[in-house]
Ligand binder design. Sequence first.
Ligand SMILES: [Fe+2]
Ligand SMILES: [Fe+2]
Length: 515
Amino acid sequence: MKKPRIAILSTNSADCQCITEAALSLGFRVTVTSEVSELLSVLEKETPLLLFCDSVPANGGGTLRTIANAWDRSASIVLVVPPDIKPGHLKALKPWVHDYLTTPVLREAAAVRMRHALQAKTLEQAAGKAEKTLRGWVAGWESAISSYDPATGDRAVMVRDLARMILRQDAGDLDRPACLMLARANGMNGLDCEVFTASQAKEANGPVRITLPEMALFLRMKAESRLFHANYFDRGGTFRDFQSLFPPELLRLSGEVHNLAGLAVDGGYVVALNFGRPACAEDVLRLKGHTLPRILLETTSRSLHNLSDAFLVTIRALAIAADSQGDNGAHIGRMNRYAETLAQGMSMPDRFVRDLSYSAQLHDVGKMFMPSGLLEKPFRLTSDEYDIIRQHPALGAGVLEGSGVLRVARTIALTHHECWDGSGYPAGLAGNAIPIEGAISKVADVYDALRTPRAYRPAFSHDDARRIILDGDGDAGGTQPNHFNPEVLRVFRNNADRFDEICDRAGLSAPVQVQ
Ligand SMILES: [Fe+2]
Ligand SMILES: [Fe+2]
């Protein structure tokens, strides 16, 4: 690295010589001139560490301002003044002057100014580097948190972003590692590992997956501390000894390992290999800083999925318990798939499709309140019995009352027997007053009812069920096309084959998985 430069603007040859000797003894490069224009051309090419400038009239306030403006803000001007300078003159020059020396200049006094300037520059560079690192972290966290939805987030994308944040982007970036390994114990004394190299991260490629035996080195380091770093020369062994600590499968990807930094976290390890200079404790902290927010997101996501699974299993159990058909959930499973098909065909948002596809199965949850035997009656119902049955939508809505995640299910339970022409129940809603969730579920429910055998009639074929829904069954009190939302009916017509597939694939008695 180039040594910093000391510039001297002076007509005093004794001072120039003294300052030059001090600078050279400290290893600095030196530029000496008595011309402002020559100094300005030096400043154009390079920022000196320090400028010693004497206070002859030509170097008064105007000149200093010109120099200061041409210079980097972090640069310093040391003004060399006569011992009898007037305080008012010094005050006038203060905005552009960092320090003073009196002439004749003492060599040691000049050297002290240079050493202080170097220390200040070193600290300034360290602060600038720390700020850059912090900005990088904040940007990384912001991007991870804002772009990752724990409910639907893709872990692979998050891990790839993490690798890109941590790994070396260009060959000169010695503070970053060339290889990153995310390892998790697989319960069989091994580690399932995702290994990224700098080039993979740069090209936004995914990791190479390998299984490694649990490494003695990591175990030992973990026993000592959950945070660890090591260099090949740390423990007194040879470079070859250090390589023997790593499985060949890893060395094939990482190349020879010179150093590493890592942490044991969340049942596994995050390990960075081959920094461009010896690894140190700060590297571990940096790694931790990058990793923990993402692990938090991943843990939240896992918990959310577990809760979501538990929720789906619970409402499926409720739907099966309430189902009167005794088919172990096959009807309600098909309801989910039919409703999903219709919602997708109507280009509904993904969230709506998802909510609808798990909610439709609860459409008849109110039937659990129906008198025993009524639903299994092998003959057509009497008018009084039918009045009782007509209560099941409101009863079902009551069961599902009060929960935000069951809002769609409640709407479906309440409105899946309403008809577009206003002839349905329980409220006799008509047209667009019927929520679309209910209108979709109605078509799905009627199709499945037609395809299912009843005690008083056999099952209809797909073609017959399709015709009855689209054209009616010819019975004044039966199914009519004007019972259905015309838009839902249009999508049903266009996707009728898919309905047949769902019915065929699921069978009429086999349980259908909730997705
Ligand atoms: Fe119903
Ligand atoms: Fe049903």
